[in-house]
Design a protein around this ligand. Sequence first.
Ligand SMILES: [Zn+2]
Length: 124
Amino acid sequence: MSTVDTAAFRPLLEQERERIVSQIAHLHDDNSRSMEDELGELTGRGLDNHLGDMASVTFERELDEGLEEGAQQTLAQIDRALAKRDDGTYGTCERCGKGIGEERLRARPWATLCIDDQRLVDRG
Ligand SMILES: [Zn+2]
């Protein structure tokens, strides 16, 4: 396997970072509106199934919070990958020190573990 051209991944990481940051900003916009505003809006539209609306607003809120948590985690990983890129260890597994592999990095440019170690971590 040829050495990974890490320079090629920097724009990918930065692109992904931008996307996640705007996603988080967007989630914050949504969450800054109060529940009453959202319900008021639904009522204003003349919907009469208020209980159903209440449930769906609550559900969307929980979904947003879950999404934000996931987005924050990915953002933290991207920042870590960028830092590794700067200190020259990008593309190297944090646990075993082996190469992560170009194919895996193309799919997940922020990966900091090789596929084997990632599986071990995911398993807990
Ligand atoms: Zn590894």
